[in-house]
Design a protein around this ligand. Structure first.
Ligand code: SF4
Length: 74
């Protein structure tokens, strides 16, 4: 069953532009004009398991996942 997925944000102050998220889920994680990652909610959304993997592999821990406003432990 698919429920409401994680809410995803990028802490742009912490992003180091490594690009792993953008490579893993292009169109959902995108670089802004300063090559800092951001989320395009209209982009193709990975499932929650993939989001968890992507967030865990962000080298700077900039990706935040929450569910119903509660932070998800990475
Ligand atoms: S993986 Fe992390 S550091 Fe790299 S671009 Fe994405 S948010 Fe930024």
């Amino acid at each position: 069953m698919t429920g409401v997925g994680y809410e995803v944000t990028v802490d742009q102050d912490e992003c180091v532009s490594a690009g792993k998220c953008v490579a893993s889920a292009p169109g959902f994680f995108v670089f802004d004009d300063d090559e800092i990652a951001t989320v395009d909610p209209a982009g193709p959304r990975p499932d929650d398991d993939a989001l968890l993997r992507i967030a865990r592999t962000c080298p700077s821990g900039a990706i935040r996942l929450t569910r119903d406003g509660t932070p998800v432990e990475l």
